[in-house]
Structures are given as C-alpha cells and as structure tokens.
Design a protein around this ligand. Structure first.
Ligand SMILES: [Zn+2]
Length: 161
C-alpha cells in the first residue's frame, strides 16, 4: 500500500506538457492526494482556462502512478478556488527562469499585474529590468512576449493570473 507522501514524490516526476522543466507539483496544480482502500484520488486544479494541457496532465498523472504499480487512480478536477500563479512554488519559478521564461512577478492580488502587465519584468537571460512588452501573447496564450533592451534578447513572460 502506497502512502500519500510516496504519491506526492511520484507526482514530482510528472512534468507539465507545455513547460517540460516544471512538474505538476512545481506548478501548484495538485491540490490533494488521498489514499483509501479503493485506491488513490488525486485532485488537480486547471491552470489557465483554455490551456489544452490539462487533459494531458491528467493522463500523465494516471500513467505515472500506473507505472508505479497503482492500478486504481482517480483524478478529480477541482475548479474552486481557481488556480493562480501564487500557487507556483519558488522552486518552480527558479526552474522557469533557468529555462529562459521570466516567472510571474508579484502576486495576482496586485491589480497592476492582473492583466499580465507588471511594472517590471526581469530578463531571464541577463537579469536586467530594462525590458519592454512586445506582445500580450507569446508562444502560448499563457505567456506574453517581452524584449530586453539591455541584451536585446526576446523572451517569454509567464503572466500572473
Ligand atoms: Zn537581457
């Protein structure tokens, strides 16, 4: 019989389909893990609505736990409270930066960042804060495209919601 802690450890190995350096735990997508005689229940909260990755995340979780010998896995989607970038772990934000994507700055409770327009976004390449918004939509709707005016590199910024 697996413990909840073990399942959390396995989930640390399930990566986000869109950002492969982040795990579903880094993203703050996993709400709760429960183990009972009937099997395991994993509760997840979708990130950005309309991100097609959620189905894939659910399948990846199911597959990973099956590989670990857990046959009965129920993945439940919890919509309330909605996911915000505040749930992303600090470790996750560091991994994003190392991957070349500027992590969300500040908190979603800050109105100025609510629409994906923070005061300053740090360039993940050189660390400069002299950056400018190029487009509200980067490679996906979840990200905005920025350009660094110091090193001139374009980069994705993971928007705050
Ligand atoms: Zn730069």
């Amino acid at each position: 019989m697996l413990t909840e802690n073990q399942i959390w450890q396995y989930l640390e190995e399930v990566t986000d389909p869109e950002i492969p350096v982040l795990t579903v735990v880094d993203m703050g997508v996993v709400r709760q893990v429960e183990v009972s005689a009937e099997g395991a229940t994993v509760q997840i909260t979708p990130t950005y609505s309309g991100c097609p990755a959620m189905n894939e995340i659910e399948q990846n979780i199911r597959q990973k736990l099956k590989e670990e010998g857990l046959e009965k896995v129920k993945v439940e989607t919890v919509l309330s409270p909605p996911w915000t970038t505040d749930w992303m772990t600090e470790k996750g934000k560091e991994k994003l930066r190392a991957y070349g994507i500027a992590p969300p700055e500040g908190s979603s409770a800050d109105k100025s960042v609510l629409f994906g327009k923070p005061k300053s976004v740090q360039c993940p390449n050189c660390g400069s804060k002299k950056t400018e918004l190029v487009s509200q939509f980067g490679s996906t709707a979840c990200k905005a495209l920025y350009k660094c005016t110091s090193c001139l590199e374009p980069f994705d910024y993971f928007k705050c919601i």
